[in-house]
Write a protein that binds this ligand. Structure first.
Ligand code: ADP
Length: 387
């Protein structure tokens, strides 16, 4: 009786009167088998449950009568819904994203698997998912329902867009100087070469444009080098004051041309753990921008301090400033607030993305504060050296 109730650990007694030994043995063997099978079934059910819960993709099962029979937590997160609102409801009336409902309709009409990429908007944002949906059919051809598996590929799509944008941007940046070089050289060949003054002027333009090309290619190569996985810095203890002095020296030509000056304020003993060449590159980039985006004659200030294991090095200018809504995109490749001005200053639009990468490689951070018309401060935080 216990066995019939499902208690497979029950056993028949040996001593009850009138019970045959053979029957007792057989019943107990059956009980043992049942107990074993039950334990295997439980283990498998547990395994399946764990797999479904942790498979890293959304899973939705729809039963024979179009009702939703199961949804794992990934799926619920992806569509931004709760289990209560889905289970037992017909899939068409459960509030699933429209594109998904259409896809399930297609599977149920065609009775064939369908793979598609769809966009779903939820309260928490937009997702792009790769959906695979297939009919579930038993051995005898009977319809059991539909299964839907969804992978979140939003990050992949974003990276693809960044890559495409990058190619488009590089092509555009390269084309401008090349067009100019070609135009002026053609004009020279068409006869302008006979006019000495014009020839000199055109050659200067051609020379300037080829310098711009060279700078762009150098920045691109530099960026690709430091973005490459496995790129390592030569970290050592570096005196910050030395780095600041070297950086100022390196921009001194442009500084003089624009009648500007840099005042620096740094404790002489301040040292950081850094790759000196790369840290100079960071500061030179920030100083060059401070020079480019300020009026001639205005001062620039470099300040360094130490706080909580980090050194903060700030470059402050009294230049044109950057509107607040432009700040979040500033470190993107080729992002410029004022395209024409950046071009005039010889900028490639890559400077700050190189700076950002280099600072990241130093396990540091960079922040910016700016007010249009007042000025800008970029601050780099780099770990102090241990010694
Ligand atoms: P660019 O080569 O154009 O200077 P960057 O990546 O160095 O490229 O800078 C991106 C953009 O950020 C610049 O085009 C400019 O619009 C803005 N910017 C950078 N530094 C400053 C600054 N100190 N003051 C004002 N605008 C700045």
């Amino acid at each position: 009786m216990e066995l019939a109730k499902g208690n497979y650990s029950a056993r028949a007694g040996w001593t009850a009167p009138g019970i045959q030994l053979g029957l007792v043995t057989a019943v107990n063997a059956l009980a043992r088998n049942l107990q074993e099978m039950e334990s295997i079934r439980e283990t498998e059910a547990e395994r399946l449950e764990t797999l479904i819960a942790n498979m890293g993709s959304g899973l939705l099962m729809i039963g024979r009568n179009s009702e939703i029979s199961m949804a794992n937590s990934f799926f619920l997160n992806q569509v931004g819904q709760k289990e209560d609102g889905l289970i037992g409801n017909p899939y068409k009336a459960a509030g699933l994203p429209e594109a998904l409902v259409t896809l399930i309709d297609t599977v149920s009409v065609r009775e064939k698997p369908v793979t598609e990429q769809i966009d779903i908007g939820t309260d928490t944002g937009n997702l792009t998912v790769a959906v695979y949906s297939a009919p579930v059919i038993d051995k005898h051809g009977g319809w059991l329902g539909i299964v839907v598996v969804m992978h979140d590929i939003s990050e992949l799509i974003r990276l693809e867009r960044v890559r495409k944008d990058f190619v488009a941007n590089v092509s555009h940046e390269l084309r401008t100087p090349v067009t100019s070089i070609r135009g002026f050289s053609e004009t020279l060949m068409d006869g302008a070469i006979k006019d000495e003054e014009a020839t000199m002027q055109f050659l200067e333009i051609i020379h300037g444009e080829s310098e711009r090309l060279e700078m762009l290619i150098e920045d691109l190569l530099d960026l690709s080098k430091i973005e490459k996985e496995g790129y390592t810095l030569r970290l050592k203890t570096v005196n910050v004051q030395d780095v600041i002095e070297r950086s100022i020296h390196s921009v001194s030509g442009r500084l003089k041309n624009r009648e500007m000056s840099i005042q620096s304020d740094c404790p002489p003993e301040l040292s950081v753990k850094a790759d000196p060449e790369r840290l100079v590159q960071v500061l030179v980039n920030l100083l060059s921008n401070a020079i480019s985006y300020s009026k001639p004659g205005t001062p620039i200030k470099v300040t360094a301090t130490a706080t909580e294991g980090m050194a903060s090095i700030s470059v402050t200018d009294r230049g044109i400033g950057i509107p607040a809504d432009e700040l979040p995109r500033l470190f993107e490749r080729f992002y410029r607030v004022d395209r024409a001005r950046s071009r005039d200053s010889g900028g490639t639009g890559l400077g700050l993305s190189i700076v950002k990468h280099l600072v990241d490689l130093h396990s540091g951070t960079i922040s910016v504060e700016s007010e249009p018309g007042i000025g800008t401060t970029f601050t780099v935080h780099i770990p102090l050296s241990d010694v």
